[in-house]
Design a protein around this ligand. Structure first.
Ligand code: ATR
Length: 469
């Protein structure tokens, strides 16, 4: 009998191909399949020496013979119906106990449904979130796995081997049953949206408030790379701002249309937060900011009516830049506080028992939001596993308190000048709202009782009451 593969990868678009090559490089033999079969041969032809660990599969029904049981079969096909179609086509050709793995960007609700369905067929199902883009897939992504523990244990050696490493620790871990892995990936993307938006907001102040050239702003971000903001997103921000356009000779960023795209995972995290009743205003603001950027025709009309050019903010002195750095650190803490609070609530709601310290640890390398900052969050959850919010961790709350005056100044001045900082101001408003000893919800309750007789509780005695309005 010919050599059998350790694992199969279905879907030879760039992510699937790179994952397969990554596995081959780590010593695993990989059966590869693609609906359009020519791609299989292309991948083998371009794989160089790794081709000897790739086994071409030209029909799904052949996979059974090509992979060692219990067969792990990783699907990296277009998210949505393609996953269901692949499951339906493949399932009849597999044996009980074989493991179907969806590594695409699935909505976790689909993963919950598919896990049940696949289990009813006698097979096992894992939904794994893979972050890190093409480069990550090829050289080490961050991997968030969900599904039955024993199915995960079967493929854990492959996932651990191909994942990124942070100071030697693999960025791959088991998150919990059914949709836990894809949910964690969704919230990763929500935090990514907020992180990116806040960086862009500070860029906007430096660029349009102080008139700094993109290359000069790249210098600022590069300096911040050696402080608490050190992260992949800050690093690529500097790279983006330094790039020049070959055609115009000017900054590349200036010839890019200012309308942001989105594939939906940021929006999903906002929707899930709202459904769970967990505030995630900075993430929601970041999703909205992309939406507003895409309203180009409407923006042109609103500019004509309300778009007075704010006065220059003058020289970006070291003190001003230090304030911006603190505002960004504060915003980052608040965005992560919201993201982790959503994870916490979802964990309780779906009984996933998400390992939050581990979530922070596997995000330290490989994924888009990778940063040393996540080490602080991992440490916070290591200190207190049931931490209600990272804002109550002594280390992180000290850092937040240190950044707060600068954040208030930056957000406040921007509002007075008419400069938009949607995510930073949403984050700040969240903190201010949480920090009220007495909210104004007493009045809200009074209003609700007047129009809907909803009743209210009193501060001085138990029970439900109505006012004599
Ligand atoms: P790309 O990333 O190239 O734009 P895509 O449409 O997102 O492609 O699809 C990604 C992968 O999913 C491809 O491997 C694609 O197979 P083809 O090369 O044959 O297009 C695969 N795919 C998409 N829809 C599929 C389906 N319904 N069944 C099986 N595989 C599918």
């Amino acid at each position: 009998m010919t050599k059998q593969a350790d694992i199969a990868v279905i879907g030879m678009a760039v992510m699937g191909r790179n994952l397969a090559l990554n596995m081959a490089e780590k010593g695993f033999t990989v059966a590869i399949y693609n609906r359009t079969v020519e791609r299989v041969d292309e991948v083998i032809a371009e794989a160089g020496p790794l081709a000897e660990r790739l086994i071409p599969c030209r029909a799904l029904e052949h996979l059974r013979d090509l992979v060692k049981p219990a067969r792990p079969i990783l699907m990296m096909v277009k998210a949505g119906p393609a996953v269901d179609e692949t499951i339906e086509t493949l399932a009849p050709h597999l044996d009980a106990g074989d493991i179907l793995i969806d590594a695409g960007n699935a909505n976790f609700r689909d993963t919950v449904r598919r896990e049940k369905h696949v289990r009813s067929l006698g097979l096992q199902f894992l939904g794994i979130g893979v972050s890190g883009g093409e480069e990550g897939a090829r050289h080490g992504p961050s991997i968030m796995s969900g599904g039955a523990r024993e199915a995960y244990d079967r493929i854990a050696p492959v996932l651990t081997a191909i994942s990124a490493r942070f100071q030697g620790t693999p960025c791959s871990a088991y998150m919990g049953p059914d949709g836990a892995g894809h949910f964690v990936k969704t919230i990763h993307n929500g935090i990514e949206y907020a992180d990116m938006q806040m960086i862009a907001e500070i860029y906007g102040l430096l660029r349009y408030g102080h008139g700094l050239a993109p290359a000069a702003i790249a210098d600022v971000f590069e300096r911040w790379s050696s402080g608490p903001l050190d992260s992949y997103l800050i690093e690529i921000t500097a790279r983006a701002l330094r790039a020049t356009d070959a055609e115009t000779g000017g900054p590349l960023v200036d010839v890019i249309v200012d309308s942001a795209g989105q594939k939906g995972t940021g929006r999903w995290s906002a929707i899930e937060a709202l459904d769970l009743g967990v505030p995630a205003s900075a993430i929601v603001a970041a999703v909205d900011a992309r939406g507003i950027s895409a309203l180009r025709a409407l923006r042109a009309k609103i500019v004509a009516r309300f778009g007075a050019e704010p006065a220059s903010r003058g020289t970006a002195t070291d003190a001003v830049i230090a304030d911006y750095e603190k505002a960004l650190i504060g915003g980052k803490i608040l965005a992560y506080a919201q993201g982790f609070s959503v994870l916490n609530a979802a964990s309780a709601e779906h009984k996933w028992n998400l390992p939050l310290a581990e979530v922070a640890r596997i995000w330290r390398a490989g994924c888009i939001i990778r940063s040393a900052f996540l080490d602080r969050i991992a440490a916070a959850y290591d200190r207190t596993a049931d931490l209600e919010t990272i804002l109550l961790d002594p280390g992180l709350s000290d850092l937040m308190a240190d950044c707060l005056p600068a954040m208030r100044k930056v957000v406040g001045e921007a509002a007075l000048e008419g400069r938009p900082l949607p995510a930073l101001s949403a984050g700040l408003a969240y903190l201010h709202a949480l920090a009220q000893a007495r909210t104004t919800a007493d009045l809200t309750q009074a209003q609700r009782d007047i129009f809907g007789a909803h009743g209210f509780e009193r501060t001085d005695k138990p029970g439900s009451f109505h006012g004599a309005w």
